[in-house]
Design a protein around this ligand. Structure first.
Ligand SMILES: [Zn+2]
Length: 381
């Protein structure tokens, strides 16, 4: 990861580079930004910059051996700790290590970060099949970090410990780390990457220097999407506006919008409002044939529209993150058929449908049931 690969945030990048050049980099940095921000990618870009053998005034070179190994997350002095499924034998020394040997967790984490650098913990859980399991960073993991950092660096330079989602640190693990966070061995850096700094123990917080990573601007998201070839300009503009500075949402929206999901939703709502059962059943057949991600996208679009209905009903129009065409649709339904009273039940219904789809429920039944619920809500006006 190079700084150039991250859209915008010029001031944050410059501050980090300046800290490196002037030898003022704190030994424990907390990259704190909202979901879909560059908190992880900035930490990785800084690691690249520190290890690069031919860095420039503004970035790592991207081609030297160190850059290439950071890019693949395989540089031996760059270590990663992240939440994993909690062991039932939390405090038994060694139990965790044994268990971790069985699955290549680090390999999975690398694959996850390389494919979804703006993903969140839920995406990571889904990626690993960790659903419905308790995650944490255990005391055993903290011991492992301390042990790793006590060894000589492989290449004589910095040793970095990047902790992704430190809010998952078990209190015993957090306490075990306090001393090393306060006084790490020479040339040792901690990069803590979080979206929820308020959930960290104050003892951890007070030992780190905060790097506040703001959400991206619409313009930054738009040029990033176009520049990386993710989509063309018109779609990028729409996605940027809808994603609220969140690059994770932006990537998810691209698929959704290319699938014409909002249009589908609009047609579907129309059928429910006119109680057109025949066409609803036909649509449920169509829905059944769509792939799982597209089905889930439709539910997410439903949640998005529900949020907009809420805002519309509260007259908070300036918060609406919707295109003109969709705005007319929302204005229409929130005036005529779906009011404030429907927001909570709609939200629950879409959420449940999404959940059941994820658990491999029968898509046709889920869609039909949900249609009936919406139809009933609409006819209660
Ligand atoms: Zn380089």
């Amino acid at each position: 990861m190079q700084f150039a690969q991250i859209p915008g945030l010029q001031e944050t990048k410059e501050n980090l580079i300046h800290a490196v050049k002037s030898n003022h980099l704190a030994h424990a940095l907390l990259f704190h930004g909202p979901e879909g921000s560059a908190n992880l990618t900035l930490a990785l870009a800084l690691a690249s910059y520190l290890y690069c053998e031919a860095k420039t005034e503004i970035d790592s070179c991207g081609i030297c051996s160190s850059c290439q190994r950071v890019q693949k997350l395989i540089l031996p002095d760059l270590n990663f700790t992240f939440p994993v499924v909690a062991s039932s034998k939390e405090e038994e020394p060694g139990a965790e290590e044994e268990k971790e040997e069985k699955v290549d967790l680090l390999g999975n984490w690398r694959k996850f970060v390389l494919t979804q650098p703006y993903g969140n913990v839920q995406d990571f859980i889904y990626f690993n099949g960790f659903e419905k399991k308790q995650l944490n960073i255990s005391k055993a993991a903290a011991r492992k970090m301390i042990q790793t950092l006590s060894l000589m660096s492989f290449e004589g330079g910095y040793k970095i410990m990047l902790i992704w989602c430190p809010e998952y640190l078990h209190p015993s693990a957090a306490n075990a780390l306090l001393k090393i966070l306060e006084e790490p061995p020479a040339k040792t850096l901690f990069f803590l990457v979080t979206t929820q700094a308020d959930q960290l123990l104050t003892t951890i917080l007070s030992r780190t220097q905060k790097i506040l990573v703001r959400a991206f601007s619409d313009q930054e998201i738009q040029s990033h999407l176009v520049g990386s070839g993710a989509c063309e300009t018109a779609l990028a503009a729409q996605v940027a506006m809808l994603s609220d500075g969140n690059l994770r949402s932006a990537y998810r929206l691209i698929h959704q919008m290319e699938d014409q999901t909002v249009r589908q939703l609009r047609d579907w709502f129309r059928l429910c409002a006119t109680k057109n059962l025949k066409d609803i059943f036909a649509l449920s057949e169509e829905f059944h044939k769509m792939d799982k991600e597209a089905q889930k996208s439709l539910m997410l679009a439903g949640l998005h529209v529900t949020r907009e209905i809420l805002l519309k009903n509260l007259d908070v129009d300036q918060l609406l993150r919707t295109t003109d065409e969709d705005r007319a649709f929302i204005q229409n339904i929130s005036k005529r058929v779906l009011t404030l009273d429907h927001v909570q039940p709609l939200y629950t219904a879409f959420n449940q449908a999404h959940y059941h789809l994820e658990r491999n429920g029968n898509a046709k039944m889920i869609f039909t049931d949900l249609s009936m619920e919406i139809l009933l809500m609409m006819s209660k006006n």
